[in-house]
Design a protein around this ligand. Structure first.
Ligand SMILES: *Cc1c(COP(=O)(O)O)cnc(C)c1O
Length: 379
């Protein structure tokens, strides 16, 4: 069916064709596949190359992101590591400064060691980003909204400054998912996901994805994928397929809760700043409305002092003090000691990450219970 809506695509965007009529995708827990005869193949040889369960989740993700093809990895970082293998020593990459901490660690400690030149910039500032483009620039890596400061980059505006040049536009779409934002339709070449987060959605598995606009580009990535080997297991592929079935429901409910929580946080005297893309006062509210169909459910907020931050982390009861995001359970994270602990303190401060900053990944609980929990914890 043409023009299937995204919430329908989450269920039917790609279906494994089961001879038995299985409605759930079977888990092909097989490392290898037997050949009927010499010179013949069932289409499957060895699970690092391809596996029917993994292929199903890849096709499903490609459908959601309007991609030519998608590849599934064991983690989001494995997807990013594979992606970096597209580049050669002395290639230059421009990246959003306020990135997921693990991505910063990869760029600074692995990619730079391998000879890549990486410049970090606030990519919401288009002119500043354009000024960094050099003859050897091969990619612009954008995370939007960013983690944890919720800065928004205008994806089409970045596309405009790289148009006609040999520069890939890569977007980490983990925070909004294709349910709310489809970067390939805005001109991006590759979308990266930590499938660990909203796509799987239940804090029960790790996964990563690359969704690619061009078949030739995907062929290059597929070669690296099968050669370096960080592919998603059949069981984890199944879990992500199952998670995606409720992606729409979960995103809608989490966002509804997040809007109410952001409003509530603003009423607390001990809360000094609230960073949430869905607030009309957010500097990129208009851009978000234009390029995304939702704001997501990630909120960062700054409290008055370190003691208040610690009190909240120690006293929450329903909300759990844990790293990660995008699951059905609401989590509270302390970026300074968790996601961004390995970012040098000066860089952390420059990005606005201090010991008063907390991050909420809002889940699907009844929002009144979440408000009550925060209220008793901050008292
Ligand atoms: C978690 C995360 C990653 C890394 O994914 P893993 O699955 O943990 O390896 C990358 N980008 C963003 C925005 C993330 O939140």
């Amino acid at each position: 069916m043409k023009n299937m809506k995204i919430s329908t695509k989450c269920l039917h965007g790609f279906r494994y064709q089961s001879a038995e009529g299985a409605v759930a995708t079977p888990i092909f827990q097989s490392a290898t596949f037997a050949h009927p005869a010499i010179g013949q193949s069932t289409g499957y040889d060895y699970s690092r190359l391809q596996n029917p369960t993994r292929e199903t989740v890849e096709n499903l993700l490609a459908s959601l992101e309007n991609a030519a093809e998608a590849l599934a990895f064991s983690t989001g970082m494995a997807a990013l590591t594979t992606l970096m293998e597209l580049f050669s020593p002395d290639d230059h990459i421009i990246a959003t400064s306020d990135l997921y901490g693990g991505s910063i660690r990869l760029f600074q400690h692995i990619s730079q060691k391998n000879g890549l030149q990486i410049d970090f910039v606030d990519t919401s500032n288009i002119a500043a980003t354009q000024n960094l483009i050099k003859p050897n620039t091969r990619a612009i890596f954008v995370e939007t909204p960013t983690n944890p400061m919720m800065n928004v980059t205008d994806i089409s505006a970045i596309k405009n400054i790289v148009k006609g040049q040999n520069i890939l536009l890569i977007v980490d779409n983990t925070f909004l998912t294709p349910y709310f934002q489809q970067p390939l339709l805005l001109g991006a070449d590759i979308v990266l996901h930590s499938g660990t987060k909203y796509l799987s959605g239940h804090n029960d598995t790790l996964a990563g994805f690359l969704a690619v606009s061009e078949p030739q580009l995907c062929e290059r990535l597929k070669f690296i994928h099968k050669t370096t080997g960080a592919c998603l297991s059949p069981f984890d592929s199944f879990l992500v397929i199952r998670g995606i079935k409720t992606l729409g429901l979960r995103m809608d409910k989490s966002q509804e809760n997040a809007i109410k929580l952001a409003d509530y946080l603003q009423t607390l005297s001990m809360v000094k700043k609230v960073f949430f893309v869905g607030l009309k006062t957010h500097p990129s509210y208009e851009i978000s409305q234009r390029q995304s169909s939702g704001f997501g459910a990630m909120i960062s907020f700054e409290v008055d002092c370190q003691a208040t931050a610690h009190k909240l982390l120690n006293n929450v009861k329903i909300i759990q003090f844990a790293e990660s995001l995008g699951g059905v359970e609401t989590l509270i994270t302390y970026p300074t000691t968790q996601t961004h602990a390995d970012v040098p303190p000066a860089d952390r401060a420059a990005r606005g990450i201090n010991d008063r900053l907390l991050r909420l990944s809002v889940g699907i609980e009844n929002v009144d219970d979440l408000i009550e929990d925060l209220s008793q914890a901050i008292k």
